[in-house]
Design a protein around this ligand. Structure first.
Ligand code: ADP
Length: 393
């Protein structure tokens, strides 16, 4: 094992495989890419071919899948249910366990499973590790994880709040502590992961105590195409009065709602441009998005009691000064004072955008889920070499 310090991170989605090769000796990225349109016209036919393309690309860059430098493969897996609460070395039994969770994540887990199978076929000798999107939220107290429905029914069908984007929330909450010059154990953070999917989490001393996504990634914040929170009776109403079927409603709420449903665009840049031109639908979409964010900031402030930092991450969170400003303006009673000049500065590094005097720090921290997966993978697969790159932050 000694000498092998590279980790291949695979994120296998239903129609794409994203990959990064990271050398854990210095955490440098050696290669990254994406194979898209799997099973679609103009794309590769299936995941086996997709991974072959990944292998070809890695080979062309001088670090093929057969390279002795490769220490392990880390796989992003969306749903770990209540069984997988930490990164897990993949065995046949673990793989079967991930397959058993398909009913909870019918869109995501099958692609993850396929990616794992193909990677294991290509390198059966290598340790392969599953890193779960739900794991960081497994510490949610029952009061936060339980829905207030009949307990027997909930348990029978595995209905509870699992949360997602956990790898990002874990990485960003720790990086926030580092930015403040503190240990994660000493910091309470609200993390706002605002990408195409969006979620908030409340992290107390490094431990996640609440999160906005639930049984599935549909709950919580307004997202690019997902509605986030709504009265569950909307579903019955659409069925009874609107005559819509379950799958149709599922598609409506997951794919045609959120910003897209409100204004026809799911990209915050386009919404910003249209707002500047006085477009009312775009303005409404922005307002609904921001209103929901403020609600969660208020709710999670109350959940945490003491808040040391509020951190924005992912595409919208890292880039949209307008969203950050609108979400946190006028929250002096919660101890939040933004610095408009700092907030307007664009940058790619972790930074503070709050006023020097603000009791609650407001931070922008670029997320790095691949690095987090690589660290988790390397930590499990190569414990003897772990001291090489044990500078988490
Ligand atoms: P994903 O959830 O797909 O990983 P990202 O975290 O990459 O998404 O976020 C994608 C979203 O980020 C885009 O849909 C867009 O709305 C937003 N975004 C990216 N760049 C900017 C920008 N400069 N200003 C505002 N929003 C941006």
């Amino acid at each position: 094992m000694s000498g092998a310090t590279r980790v291949l991170v695979l994120n296998s989605g239903s129609s794409s495989v994203k990959y990064q090769l990271i050398d854990m000796a210095d955490e440098q990225r050696l290669a990254s890419g994406v194979v898209e349109r799997i099973g679609e016209p103009g794309g590769v036919p299936d995941h086996t071919h997709a991974l072959r393309e990944v292998a070809l690309d890695l080979k062309a860059r001088g670090s093929g899948l057969d390279s002795p430098d490769l220490a392990a493969v880390g796989h992003r897996v969306v749903h770990g249910g209540t069984r997988f609460t930490a990164p897990t070395l993949i065995t046949d039994e673990v793989l079967a366990g991930i397959e058993e969770l398909v009913p909870l994540a019918p869109l995501h887990n099958p692609a993850n499973v396929t990616g794992i199978k193909v990677a294991r076929e290509l390198r059966p000798d290598l340790p392969q590790v599953a890193v779960f999107d739900t794991a960081f939220h497994s510490t949610l107290p029952e009061a936060a994880a339980r829905y207030a429905i009949d307990t027997a029914t909930a348990d029978r069908y595995g209905i509870r709040r699992y949360g997602f984007h956990g790898t990002s929330h874990a990485y960003v909450s720790r990086a926030t502590a580092a930015l403040l010059g503190k240990e994660p154990a000493d910091v309470n953070v609200i993390v706002l992961h605002l990408g195409n999917g969006a979620s908030a989490s409340a992290v107390r001393g490094g431990v996640c105590v609440d999160t906005s996504m639930g049984l599935t990634p549909l709950e919580g914040l307004v997202m690019g195409t997902r509605s986030g929170d709504l009265d569950p009776a909307v579903v019955f109403h659409l069925e009874r009065v609107g005559g819509m079927g379950t799958d149709e409603i599922d598609t409506l709420l997951n794919k045609k709602s959120g910003l897209l449903g409100l204004c026809g665009a799911n990209d915050m840049r386009e919404i910003g441009r249209r707002m500047a031109e006085g477009d009312k639908a775009a303005q409404l979409a922005f307002d609904v998005y921001v209103h929901r964010l403020r609600r969660y900031v208020g709710a999670f402030s109350a959940v945490l009691g003491r808040v040391d930092a509020i951190t924005f991450t992912a595409g919208v969170g890292e880039n949209s000064a307008a969203v950050r400003e609108a979400a946190l303006s006028g929250l002096h009673n919660l101890g939040v004072t933004m610095d408009p000049v700092r907030n307007a500065v664009r940058g790619s590094a972790a930074r503070l955008v709050s006023a020097e005097t603000s009791p609650v720090a407001v931070a922008v921290v670029p997320t790095d889920e691949e690095l987090e997966i690589a660290r988790d993978t390397y930590g499990l697969a190569a414990p003897a070499d772990k001291n090489l790159a044990d500078h988490s932050g």
